[in-house]
Design a protein around this ligand. Structure first.
Ligand code: ATP
Length: 460
């Protein structure tokens, strides 16, 4: 990774139209972010890559787009109403609010694993180890309280028909609710998976680190249903597939690590969990959670809904609840790691420096930029080529400033190819295509442009 700090990244993302502060003209709304013209393209490309790997090319999986608002019983069954909470405490000296587990993790000099600790244990550790308030330095906290992370709202317009309802804190439960619908309508046999991409909401106590932890975010989740006793084999399969996916998005082996949860850290419903962590500027942190969830969710929904959710195995003529593997990845965390990994500052042969946002071509917001070499002579042809190419690829057009500056701008936003129209282009339909990383140029006939660019930018 280059010496690219978070501050550099926030500035870069704003300057080049990737990410802006939310509600900025009103002074902002803390920890909300809007994705600009380039950010929305990068996000879309990440989601398309995930969908291609996990749905389109998978022999097992199908897709879904379920509602954000679900029957509130869903969250009773899933355990979110009773158990989806973080340990919160306040500093009595300065009234700032903290997450007890994160305070300890940030304070400890060596890595410390606090998942699964009771509130008493967290509180004792904080006081015995002098984990002072990061804001004011006092050691004077309230007791730890459980803070439920779900956003509650009401549905209905008339007061007496209003009911409490929640914004979903994960997309997964919408999948469990549709398990039987999908099994029947698609005539699926185990093992099979259902994936979806969508917004989730969590009233995080301490959002931050730019887009790493926000209250509104997107998840790409797969629930993979399999026969009991085969789940650990599939758990390994999805861990491997997920890691390979990350490498294909340009993340490097040395910035990734798999962290298995120890038995005492596992959630009560899980018999194996691994986090794929990325080396963010503040250290390794969770990018992707992969959990073997047993039959917990289906069992809970079956009990509370009174509906049979079992699977009829025609080979063995048995009925059972499938076991589930869940790889769950945040779009924004992937976005952040891809930008951090791809950002390079380079010194060129002539001593000039450039930012090269070395995004894998399939992720680049624009695949191609079209430039007339000299506006006065080459514009007409350049416009024709822009129209032709933009039918196939996200394309941008730039005719302002000298050609060197225009190249630098495209390098900085990660555009992998630039087509420059010069006399040869205008008169003979022969075009120069420049490669962002090697800066080498090839000459191509008009008919060869699209096949060349497809080959170079396709995600496979
Ligand atoms: P963390 O420990 O960082 O709070 P988590 O273990 O609660 O994360 P999961 O419930 O496993 O997260 O969610 C799956 C994935 O969704 C995470 O790995 C992450 O990529 C993403 N995610 C979860 N919470 C947030 C958030 N507040 N902001 C952005 N992404 C999130």
């Amino acid at each position: 990774m280059s010496k690219f700090t978070m501050e550099d990244l926030v500035n870069y993302a704003k300057k080049w139209g990737f990410v802006y502060q939310g509600s900025e003209i009103y002074g902002g709304l803390a920890n909300t972010w809007d994705y600009g013209p380039l950010g929305v393209e990068l996000k879309k490309n990440l989601k398309t890559a995930w969908w291609k790997t996990f749905i389109q090319q998978s022999p097992y999986n199908v897709g879904l787009d379920s509602s954000i608002l679900l029957n509130p019983d869903t969250w009773k069954a899933s355990g979110h109403i009773d158990g989806f909470s973080d340990p919160l405490l306040d500093c009595k000296a300065c009234n700032t609010r903290h997450r007890a587990d994160k305070l300890i993790e940030e304070h400890a000099e060596e890595e410390i694993e606090v998942d699964g600790w009771s509130e008493e244990k967290l509180f004792e550790y904080i006081n015995q180890n002098n984990v002072v308030c990061p804001n004011c330095g006092a050691l004077n906290y309230t007791d730890i309280r459980k803070f439920n992370l779900m956003f509650k709202t009401t549905q209905g317009v008339v007061d007496d028909s209003k009911s409490d309802i929640y914004l979903r804190p994960e997309t997964a439960q919408g999948i469990f609710l549709n398990f039987k619908n999908i099994e029947r309508s698609m005539r699926l046999k185990l093992p099979f998976g259902i994936g979806q991409i969508g917004k989730s909401f969590r009233n995080e106590i301490t959002p931050g680190n730019f887009i790493f932890r926000t209250r509104e975010f997107e998840q790409m989740e797969l629930e993979f249903f399999c026969q009991p006793n085969t789940e650990l084999k599939w758990f390994d399969y999805w861990k491997k597939t997920s890691k390979e996916f990350l490498l294909k998005q340009g993340l490097s082996e040395e910035n990734l690590r798999l962290k298995d949860h120890k038995p005492e850290q596992l959630s009560h419903y899980s018999n194996a969990t691994t986090d794929i962590e990325y080396k963010f500027p503040w250290g390794f942190d969770e990018l992707w959670g992969i959990a073997s969830r047993t039959d917990y969710d289906l069992k809970q929904h079956q009990t509370l809904s009174g509906q049979t959710l079992t699977y009829h195995d025609q080979e063995t003529n048995e009925r059972y609840l499938p076991y589930v593997i869940e790889p769950s990845l945040g779009v924004e965390r992937l976005f952040l790691s891809v930008l951090l990994e791809s950002y390079k500052e380079e010194t060129l042969a002539d001593g000039e420096t450039r930012i090269n946002m070395k995004l894998p071509a399939h992720l680049a917001p624009y695949k191609v930029a079209v430039f007339p070499l000299i506006k006065k002579y080459h514009r007409e042809k350049a416009e024709e080529i822009f129209t032709f190419i933009s039918d196939f690829f996200p394309t941008t057009y730039d005719e302002s400033g000298n050609i060197g500056k225009r190249y630098r701008r495209q390098d900085a936003i990660g555009t992998p190819f630039v087509i420059t129209i010069d006399d040869d282009g205008r008169d003979n339909d022969i075009f120069t295509v420049r490669d962002r990383d090697t800066m080498e140029q090839v000459k191509l006939k008009k008919a060869d442009l699209v096949p060349y660019l497809i080959k170079k930018t396709r995600y496979q």
